[in-house]
Design a protein around this ligand. Structure first.
Ligand code: SF4
Ligand code: SF4
Length: 477
């Protein structure tokens, strides 16, 4: 038996618009879009998505306004090359943490997908979240699925133009709020709004707000499922992560087939029918316009709206719910499913390892850095006291939220002395270069190249102590 659930590929020739091309022998490289009129549905999974949608939208629109200890809660300060996150500040040198977090996200997604299919797509992906908001607006302004279809077919009239204008205005408003908020994570939101509306913002701010506004409007208002079908790489490689134990939205053909219409109280067994009454509700509510009864298809984003629709039909027919449900290929074949299996262990182990490594790195991260560069202009020189002198540049980075005054010490040879400044104040976020001059009694020099250590200690934060090795170069003894 195959270890993967087969995922159907798009066949452009199946599209009605391409059928004519068969006669000419030409092949369309892109299937023309047939507008999908999604029917509103209520049910358990729609409620779960609404909660997730409200929570995610709430966080997105709220967090940009919040501050912690005077710093924005989340802020990417590109000119200063600083990233403020929940009170901590990260710098380009912390790039390894960002890489680690991205790896965690990727493996988290693989892990969840192996267990529960495309729950990310169905409940949390920004494309889904914004598309559902735009569909909700459409439903409120233009009415139900049938009314929207009728409206689109009807000739232009003041009522139609008014409805379309209201819908697009509301879409643009949500898109503008989205664009402003997104840019607000890079440009302090309060300043951004004032600067934009007083025409004092720089050109890039206008460009990016406009760009994200238009992108949101087009993606969620016009392109919708096409983003998932043609632009998202995840849909294409998801089948690699699925196996017969992956729990995905599936139609139960054993129970549903043969499908067919019947009266409400008719006994399907007597009619030689399964439980599917072929009402098409599952297709009408599908945001990607597919029929889940054809099997798992890569167009399926796992939103579970077809489960809600079918459960509603089953309830009305007095049949048990779950003709379409979250299940596994094994369960549909009457076998048992395993939650824990080699690939979940594999993804889980990498995930646990990466999370532990990131936690350890953050917990032991010292928010300061000391680098020592030996002055390469001269190997050494003799000073007025006849001592051997070397010069260095100390690069001290302060990654805390407050200025730090550091003492500078040097050690490693008995008579070593620091001749330059012994104290330096470094502002928050500053990477300061400090010249350092060191001398040694020639009697003390045993080799031409001796290891020494520079040490800085903060007077304001006892935990900030850093040591870095360097070399002292002198004459051959
Ligand atoms: S909603 Fe259920 S009963 Fe209706 S067509 Fe779909 S699977 Fe069949
Ligand atoms: S088939 Fe069902 S779960 Fe898949 S996208 Fe359509 S409605 Fe959502």
């Amino acid at each position: 038996m195959s270890s993967q659930i087969p995922v159907k590929q798009v066949d452009p020739s199946s599209d009605a618009s391409n059928k004519n091309n068969k006669n000419t022998g030409s092949v369309e490289l892109y299937a023309s879009r047939k507008k999908i009129y999604v029917k509103e549905v209520k049910g358990l999974f729609q409620r779960i998505r609404n909660v997730s949608l409200l929570a995610l939208m709430g966080m997105y629109f709220l967090f940009v306004w919040l501050t912690l200890d005077g710093q924005p809660l989340i802020h990417f300060d590109l000119p200063a090359r600083e990233f403020h996150l929940y009170g901590a500040t990260f710098y380009p040198r912390d790039f390894i943490l960002l890489s680690g977090m991205l790896i965690i996200c990727a493996f988290g997604l693989f892990f969840i997908t192996t267990l529960f299919g495309r729950v990310w797509c169905g409940y949390t992906c920004p494309q889904t979240v914004w598309t559902f908001i735009f569909m909700w607006i459409e439903e409120k302004v233009e009415g139900s699925r049938n009314k929207r279809m009728k409206l689109d077919k009807s000739p232009n009239s003041p009522a139609k133009i008014a409805k379309k204008s209201i819908k697009h205005s509301l879409w643009l408003l949500v898109a503008l709020a989205t664009g402003l908020t997104f840019v607000g994570y890079f440009y302090p939101i309060r300043e951004l709004i004032v600067d934009l509306f007083t025409l004092n913002a720089n050109g890039w701010a206008y460009f990016w707000v406009a760009f994200f506004t238009v992108a949101t409007y087009l993606n969620a208002g016009w392109m919708r499922e096409q983003v998932c079908l043609y632009m998202c790489p995840y849909a294409r490689f998801q089948s690699v992560m699925f196996d017969p134990n992956t729990r995905v939205v599936s139609y139960d053909p054993n129970r549903g087939e043969p499908r067919g219409g019947r009266k409400k109280d008719a006994n399907p067994a007597e009619l030689g029918l399964g439980d599917c009454i072929d009402c098409g509700q599952c297709v009408q509510v599908c945001p990607t316009g597919i029929d889940i009864r054809d099997g798992l298809q890569y167009e399926c984003i796992g939103c579970a709206l077809c489960i809600d629709a079918c459960d509603d039909v089953m309830e009305k027919m007095n049949y048990p719910k779950g003709l379409i449900r979250y299940t596994t290929e094994n369960e549909l074949e009457g076998k048992t499913s395993k939650l824990l299996r080699p690939r979940t262990f594999g993804y889980g182990a990498v995930l646990a390892l990466m999370i532990s490594a990131i936690i350890f790195t953050i917990a032991t991260r010292v928010p300061a850095q000391l680098d020592v560069l030996r002055d390469r202009g001269a190997l050494f020189s003799y000073n007025g006291e006849g001592r051997v002198e070397n010069s260095y540049t100390l690069k001290i980075a302060n990654m805390t939220e407050t200025p730090q005054t550091f003492t500078i010490q040097v050690a490693g040879m008995d008579s070593i002395r620091l001749l330059s400044q012994a104290e330096v104040t470094v502002a928050s976020g500053e990477n300061r270069s400090v010249p350092a001059v060191v001398d040694v009694d020639p009697e003390d020099i045993e080799t031409s190249n001796t290891e020494i250590r520079f040490k800085i200690e903060s007077l304001t934060d006892e935990s900030l102590i850093l040591e870095t090795e360097s070399r002292f170069v002198g004459p051959n003894s």
